[in-house]
Write a protein that binds this ligand. Structure first.
Ligand code: EPU
Length: 416
């Protein structure tokens, strides 16, 4: 198993290219299953998760080519309507095949994901949405079987604006007869891009960027070419590194998707400027402790909560980080504390007593964003930090050590 070795406290300077967004491309890849032509997607990040999704598309029978960041997905050969446990358990986003396969073929069998590293993460909203559209949903030997050859538009209201359930139900509804209205829909940029792709394919979805989506069903969809939006979570991670350690410019970044994060970084003390597609951030002269509460978009993203805690550890004040999206996504806290952070958790509220300086140690990744927070903490810490189990980081960050090295960090990968 690989680990990352980091010698911290090196100043960061230079330009880094942000990759295409993982959480945008995964549902776009499954949207390609809605047509029988060849879909082309550009700026696809080469990640474990995109590779897992490629395997899943191949399992269902699609033809896939992936070269130089461009994916070609041929939906004409799809013939197996099943997502097996082995893949779904390693990547919950595999569940995204449910909507398109049900919508196009009237039937799908998808393994129930089970728990994830930090908690239960149910899929009840996805299933409720499919049932409202007229599908018959049953559980058989750990697999969800959804059947419904003539889905009909429905009025669906989610208890919480779930990203995955919104994407999945939209993909099932685009080929349903009549009108579907989804209230309390997610409006994360990833979902907006999915809807834009579907509209380009011929779907009729209105209400993009709002909490109510209206979908008028169409008879068929055509393949299209798309370019994936920049990854705002990867960008946010680099922005925090820059705010603590240097003067860096992010290329292929979308400042509009990061407004809340940039506001918080300014409160922290960092200086930033933006222009279309670019963000420059300069280290804070004096660092301030800043409270953060995660919320759905455009609020502060839960996917940057762990990294923010690492950043708050180097202040000399006390800050509070509350996660309202996931109440139990805190496995990074004991690892950050091994690096000298002083973080205390009560329910979904973490209190961080800044310690000004962290000290290198051996730590272990537990999920994608927890790994990113440990790398950030390692970059800010004195001495050597070894981050093990980095297969988690490889799920969601493309060439992270190469990108940080090019900015002047001392970070390298070692095979254990
Ligand atoms: N929820 C339910 N029932 C459902 C679905 C969700 O109770 O059927 C709850 C969840 O337990 C959670 C909340 O609703 O408390 C929001 O979950 P959501 O469905 O929005 O999350 P997701 O679609 O499973 C995506 C991202 C996550 C990101 C969340 C929140 C993808 C592939 N994953 O997950 O990304 O944290 O939205 O923004 O898009 C990551 O990239 O590291 C990651 C975990």
């Amino acid at each position: 198993m690989d680990k990352l070795v980091i010698h911290g406290k090196k100043p960061l300077k230079g330009t880094v290219e942000i990759s295409g967004a993982k959480n945008a491309v995964l549902p776009m890849m499954t949207a390609a299953l809605l047509t029988d032509g060849i879909t082309i997607i550009n700026k696809v990040p080469d990640l474990r998760d995109t590779r897992t999704m490629i395997r899943l598309l191949e399992i269902v029978g699609a033809g896939v080519e992936f070269e130089n960041g461009t994916l070609k997905i041929d939906g004409s050969t799809v013939n197996k309507l099943e997502a097996p446990y082995d893949l779904v358990k390693t990547m919950r986003a595999s569940f995204y095949v449910m909507g398109p396969l049900l919508g196009r073929f009237g039937e799908v069998k998808v393994s129930l994901p089970g728990g994830c590293a930090w908690g239960p993460r149910p899929v009840d909203f996805h299933l409720m949405g499919m049932e409202k559209l007229g599908a018959n949903v049953t559980l058989e030997q750990g697999y969800i079987l959804a059947q419904g050859s003539s889905l009909k538009g429905a009025h669906i209201c989610f208890d919480f604006p779930s990203v995955g359930a919104t994407g999945n139900v939209v993909m099932a509804a685009v080929l349903a007869k009549g009108t579907t209205v989804i209230e309390h829909a997610a409006k994360e940029p990833d979902i907006v891009q999915l809807c834009e792709m579907l509209n380009k394919m011929g779907a009729k979805i209105s209400g993009l960027n709002t909490s109510t989506l209206t979908i008028n069903g169409v008879d068929e969809l055509n393949p299209v070419e798309m370019t994936v939006i920049p990854d705002r979570i990867e960008a946010g991670t680099f922005l925090m590194a820059g705010a603590a350690l240097g003067d860096i410019t992010l290329n292929h970044a979308e400042p509009d998707h990061l407004k809340t994060v940039l506001d918080k970084l300014e409160e922290f003390g960092a200086h930033y400027t933006t222009e279309p597609g670019k963000i420059n951030i300069k280290k804070a002269d004096k660092v301030n402790a800043v409270d953060v509460t995660t919320e759905v978009y455009p609020g502060f993203p839960t996917d940057l909560q762990a990294q923010w805690m690492a950043l708050m550890s180097i202040t000399d004040g006390q800050s509070i980080v509350t996660d309202t999206v996931y109440h139990d996504r805190f496995t990074h806290i004991p690892e950050l504390n091994r690096l000298g952070a002083n973080i205390f958790l009560h329910d979904n509220v973490a209190t961080i007593q800044g310690t000004k300086s962290l000290k290198g140690a051996q730590v272990m990744s537990t999920d994608i964003r927890a790994s990113a927070s440990l790398i950030l903490a390692g970059l800010m810490a004195e001495g050597q930090t070894d981050v093990s189990r980095i297969y988690h980081i490889d799920r969601g960050y493309e060439k992270i050590e190469e990108k940080f090295s090019s900015l002047g960090a001392e970070i390298y990968r070692v095979s254990e």
